[in-house]
Ligand binder design. Structure first.
Ligand code: FEO
Length: 172
């Protein structure tokens, strides 16, 4: 069984992951409206991945005979001055998620909850990748600068992003 405190903390993470999914979908919609369909695809895939993260927590809470309590999801931001600004927001969000995961690990250690500690390992590793993926696009956007042609090329490249295999398996 999960402690009350751990259950509450895991439920807060479910909410944060669903918010991430919603926020990335809002970014996808922004890019779609700007006719940057590759950037929109990248965000759409990211939104799906976040949904997968939320569901991993959802399933884990129930596997430990806990109770999932879905709460109101914060309204996402919908406008940005540039693609770079949107991706910088995304990085800030990922850093916030990393800090939240680290706090969950701290709590698991403090409670000697080995199962939760083990479950969280995947997320610790995933956050390294999540931050790196967003940062890669930020670096590309900085290099592109004001070049319309550069943005066009980057947009085409990001159109090729596919959902990760694991997230597809999760849906089974
Ligand atoms: Fe689920 Fe991007 O953190």
């Amino acid at each position: 069984m999960l402690s009350e405190k751990m259950q509450e903390a895991l439920n807060a993470q479910v909410n944060l992951e669903f918010f991430a999914s919603y926020q990335y979908l809002a970014m996808a919609a922004y890019f779609e409206a700007e006719n940057l369909l590759g950037l929109a695809n990248w965000m759409h895939v990211q939104s799906q991945e976040e949904n997968g993260h939320a569901m991993k927590f959802y399933r884990y809470i129930h596997d430990r005979r806990g109770r999932v309590l879905l709460r109101q999801i914060q309204e996402p931001k919908t406008e940005w001055a540039s693609p770079l600004e949107a991706f910088q927001d995304a990085l800030r969000h990922e850093q916030k998620v990393t800090a939240a995961i680290n706090k969950l690990v701290d709590l698991a250690i403090a409670e000697s909850d080995h199962a939760t500690h083990s479950f969280l390992r995947w997320f610790v590793d995933e956050q390294v990748e999540e931050e790196a993926n967003v940062d890669k696009v930020i670096q590309d956007l900085k290099r592109v600068g004001d070049s319309t042609q550069g943005l066009f090329m980057l947009d085409r490249e990001l159109a090729g992003r596919q959902p990760e295999a694991e997230e597809e398996d999760e849906a089974e």
